[in-house]
Design a protein around this ligand. Structure first.
Ligand code: PMP
Length: 360
C-alpha cells in the first residue's frame, strides 16, 4: 500500500524522512541494543536527545535566553488550566480573544480560576475572521492576554500580533507553531500540542519567559506548576521520551530544509494554490475572510451536503484522506501542515477541478 496524502487536522502527517530515520533506528538506537522507548530518561543517550531537541527548537525559533523551553504532557488542553493556575496571580483578571472552539475551551478553564473578560470576539460571523485589536482595548491590569494564533477548526489565523503593552501575551500556537516566522519576544508564553507541526501526540511544548515562572500558589499541584518542569529541565518525572525523540528528528528535518523562513515560503505557496482555486471555483468556496485565512487549515464547502459527502468519499478513493470538516462546522477541511508536500496540495486541487467538472 502506498502512503496517502493525509489532510488530518491532527495527529497529522509527519515528514517521510523522519519516519524513515525513526524506522532505521527503531530496534537498536545508536548501538545501544535498545529502542529509544526502552532507554532510561536519565541515560546519557536520552539526555543527548532532549538537550539537542531543545537546542534545535531554540535555534529554529530564535528563542531568547530569558525564555525556558518545557517539554510536558497533557496536551494543549492541560495548558488551558496550567496557564491560569500559574499566571492569574496578581489582579486575577485576564483578557481572552474569542476566535473559535479552542479559545472557548481555554476560557472555560480560566473562568474556574479568575475573572475572565472577552476582549474581542468573532462569534457574530461564525468565527470566519480575526477581530481587529488595538492596544487600548486591553485591561492594563490584566495578568495576561490570551490569543489562539491559528484556529484549527475554523481555519483562521492572526496576520499580526496584537500589542498588549506590558501585559504578557499568551498564545495557543498548537496548529501553526514552526509554520511561519514569529518574534518570540512579543510573547510571555507560547504553547502547542505536538501532534501537528512538532511530532507525535503526547508531547506538549511550552515556551515561557522566565519572570512568569514561580508565581503559582503554594497549593498548585506539583505537576501543574511551570516551576517544577523548569527547575528540572523537563525531567522532574518521566517525560514522553519517544515523542521528544521524534520532535528532535522533525527539528533536524526543518533545519536542513532551511529553517522556518524557508518553511514559511513553502507554506505560503501551498496555501495559495488551494485558495486561488477556491476563489475561482464555481462549485467550491471558502467561508473565511481573505485577510484572516489560515495557512495550515483550509475549510471549504460545496453547495450541498450531498456533494460534500460525495467529494469526501471520492477523494478518499484516490488517496486524499481525512478531508471531512470538523463535526462542529461540517463541509471539508484540508490541513496542510509543514509535512504536507506541495505535490499533495496540487493533487487535491487537481482532484477538485475534476470533481467540479463532473458535478457542476
Ligand atoms: N488548541 C488548538 C488550537 C488545537 O488545534 C487543539 C487540538 N486540535 C487544542 C488546543 C487541543 O489540543 P490537545 O488535544 O493537545 O489537548
Amino acid at each position: 500500500m502506498e502512503r496517502v496524502y493525509n489532510f488530518s487536522a491532527g495527529p497529522s502527517m509527519l515528514p517521510l524522512p523522519v519516519l524513515e530515520k525513526a524506522q532505521k533506528e527503531f530496534v537498536n538506537y545508536a548501538q545501544s541494543g535498545m529502542s529509544v522507548m526502552e532507554l532510561s530518561h536519565r541515560s546519557a543517550l536520552f539526555t543527548d536527545i532532549i538537550v539537542e531537541a531543545e537546542t534545535l527548537l531554540r535555534e529554529l525559533m530564535s528563542i531568547p535566553e530569558n525564555y525556558k523551553v518545557l517539554f510536558v504532557q497533557g496536551g494543549a488542553s492541560t495548558q488551558f488550566s496550567m496557564i491560569p493556575m500559574n499566571l492569574l496571580v496578581n489582579s486575577k483578571k485576564a483578557d481572552y480573544v474569542h476566535t473559535g472552539s479552542w479559545s472557548k475551551k481555554a476560557m472555560a478553564e480560566a473562568k474556574k480560576i479568575g475573572d475572565i473578560r472577552i476582549v474581542a470576539s468573532s462569534e457574530d460571523k461564525n468565527f470566519s475572521y480575526i477581530p481587529t485589536l488595538q492596544s487600548d482595548m486591553f485591561d492594563p491590569e490584566a495578568d495576561y492576554v490570551h490569543i489562539t494564533t491559528n484556529n484549527t477548526i475554523e481555519g483562521t489565523k492572526f496576520s499580526s500580533i496584537p500589542d498588549t503593552g506590558r501585559v504578557p501575551l499568551v498564545a495557543d500556537m498548537s496548529s501553526n507553531i514552526l509554520s511561519e516566522q514569529i518574534d518570540v519576544s512579543q510573547f510571555g508564553l507560547i504553547y502547542a500540542g505536538a501532534q501537528k507541526n512538532i511530532g507525535p501526540a503526547g508531547l506538549t511544548v511550552v515556551i515561557i519567559r522566565e519572570d512568569l515562572i514561580g508565581k503559582a500558589d503554594a497549593n498548585c499541584p506539583t505537576m501543574l506548576n511551570y516551576k517544577t518542569h523548569s527547575d528540572k529541565q523537563s525531567l522532574y518525572n518521566t517525560p514522553p521520551t519517544y515523542g521528544i525523540y521524534i520532535a528532535k528528528l522533525v527539528f533536524e528535518w526543518l533545519k536542513e530544509l532551511g529553517g522556518i523562513a524557508a518553511m514559511e515560503k513553502i507554506n505560503r505557496e501551498k496555501a495559495k494554490i488551494l485558495y486561488d482555486f477556491l476563489d475561482e471555483s464555481k462549485l467550491f468556496s471558502s467561508p473565511i475572510e481573505k485577510n484572516s485565512r489560515s495557512l495550515m487549515n483550509i475549510p471549504f464547502v460545496a453547495p450541498t451536503e450531498e456533494l460534500n459527502a460525495k467529494f469526501i468519499k471520492e477523494a478518499k478513493a484516490v488517496g486524499l484522506e481525512t478531508l471531512k470538516g470538523h463535526r462542529s462546522v461540517g463541509g471539508m477541511r484540508a490541513s496542510i501542515y509543514n509535512a504536507m508536500p506541495t505535490e499533495g496540495v496540487k493533487a487535491l486541487v487537481n482532484f477538485m477541478k475534476e470533481f467540479e467538472k463532473n458535478n457542476l
